[in-house]
Design a protein around this ligand. Structure first.
Ligand code: GAP
Length: 446
């Protein structure tokens, strides 16, 4: 059964995955701080994405562009003109709303709308509100020094298309992948980390011959859907929703969302768009530089089309957490398990002494932990040690955060130099020699 959002939020807070941003000062609306386990899970989500695209394929290169970009970028991209929400205020209670929320994205006329807060039916004229955060470059705060925090990472890729193409001697199709922070001054936020003002995106811009754009668009919708499934999300909780023509962003020819069945309903995890030649044409015109590609086959210059799978790191992580959460009855006691894929689990190995008041057992367990932490001998990620409770409770604690293997050291270990390895999902236990332990664990994590 799907967990409620309350359960997920509580687990995240209690176990150090996600804290409210600036909590010490009463919080800052819709910002989130990733704690010790959250940062591990998030890094693993990003690493899995990077691995599947940049390392496992010959046609994709990585990039890490600056967050602050030349302001002309946003003029050319259309964000200054078109990246806004229409807002209205209730004249009675003065609350502010997104027009599309009140009219259910155009399904209802404004005359039929009642204020969700006070029931009033009189609203101000709609006003456009640009979602980009503004700041200033350098010491002078005037319009000539105004810059924006990027609302998407994509533009950093478009303006570097020629740099990557030429320095890497690439041919089409060529993908450029980037992971990084994006900022949007969202009017309505909520559902935990689902919609916040500062978030991370994982974006691939895949440059193709225009004739091949429909083929690649289809390909990436399937490929990205499969990525979530390969990493353990139940296919029943995923679906693809194609945008209607009137829903498309200003740059898109076609777009499909991969949606996840969150506890608050089906919502977008990632969008795959056919951006056609919009971005390269715009940036070529705005910069006066040639961003065409010489096609050897036809011996002509073309402007590549772009297929863009664009996902949110925070949303992906939230979906992985929700999908992995399960409650089980074991010997008449409740066990909470995060059944995360082995690539994603924040902690792979926990070392636990069976008896915390036997100094020799504790010392052996601590020495073993330190040995397993040695990264150059083959990484087991973050290896934790815990002796702060009885063994049953220690196991439950690790299950609840998705730790894959618990290594238990007992009195017998002092003699036979073997430890017990307990598997998270099956709870099966095996005795393994200490000198074979790393090899055994590395094999399991493959
Ligand atoms: N470059 C295309 C682009 O930015 P988008 O649909 O606006 O497209 C892509 O954003 C992804 O970024 C979304 O599918 C979502 O996962 C994530 N995202 C967008 N806005 C977000 C927000 N306010 N909070 C968290 N994630 C967000």
């Amino acid at each position: 059964m799907k967990p409620t959002m309350e359960k997920i939020v509580s687990l995240c807070k209690r176990r150090g995955f996600i804290f409210p941003g600036s909590e010490l000062y009463g919080g800052l609306a819709s910002t989130w701080d990733y704690g010790p386990l959250g940062v591990e899970l998030k890094r693993h989500v990003k690493a899995a994405w990077w691995m599947s695209l940049v390392y496992e394929r010959p046609d994709i290169e990585g990039l890490d562009a600056a967050i602050l970009m030349h302001p002309q970028t946003w003029q050319a991209s259309g964000h200054i003109k078109s990246f806004f929400d229409l807002l209205v205020d209730c004249k009675n209670c003065k609350k502010r709303f997104k027009l599309e929320d009140l009219t259910e994205a155009g399904a209802k006329k404004m005359e039929q709308v009642k204020c969700p807060d006070c029931g009033g039916s009189s609203f101000t004229q709609e006003r456009a509100f640009n979602l980009m955060f503004k700041t200033f470059l350098g010491a002078v705060e005037d319009s000539s020094s105004q810059v924006y925090l990027r609302p998407e990472t994509a533009q950093g890729i478009f303006v570097n298309f020629s740099n990557v193409l030429n320095t890497r001697h690439k041919k089409l199709p060529l993908g450029i992948a980037q992971i990084g922070k994006a900022f949007r001054n969202e009017v309505t936020t909520g559902n935990f980390t689902f919609r916040s003002r500062e978030f991370e995106q994982m974006e691939l811009e895949y440059f193709v011959h225009p004739d091949q754009a429909p083929k690649w668009y289809k390909y990436w919708v399937k490929e990205r859907l499969d990525w979530y499934i390969r990493l353990g999300i139940n296919p029943k909780n995923l679906r693809v929703r194609e945008h209607k023509k009137d829903e498309l962003a200003h740059y898109a020819k076609a777009c499909s969302d991969i949606e996840y069945n969150f506890p608050f309903g089906w919502s977008e995890l990632e969008g795959i768009a056919n951006r056609a030649d919009f971005d390269l044409v715009q940036h070529a015109q705005s910069s006066g530089k040639d961003l065409s590609y010489f096609d050897e086959d036809s011996k002509t210059k073309i402007i590549p089309y772009i297929i863009e799978p664009s996902g949110g790191v925070d949303r992906a992580m939230l979906a992985f957490l929700i999908d992995a959460y399960r409650e089980e009855e074991v010997r008449e006691r409740k066990r909470v398990v995060l059944g995360l894929d082995k690539l994603l689990a924040p902690i792979k190995i926990a070392v636990l002494p069976l008896l915390k008041n036997r100094l020799d057992v504790v010392r052996l367990a601590q020495d073993l932990t330190q040995q397993l932490r040695e990264q150059r001998a083959g990484s087991l990620g973050k290896v934790v040690y815990d002796d702060t409770a009885a063994i049953g409770r220690l196991y439950r604690r690790q299950d609840e955060v998705g730790t894959l293997y618990c290594v238990t050291v007992d009195v017998q270990s002092l003699e036979d130099k073997k430890v017990t390895v307990r598997h998270r999902d099956t709870m099966l236990q095996e005795r393994i020699s200490v000198d074979k332990l790393r090899e055994y664990l590395l094999e399991k994590l493959k």
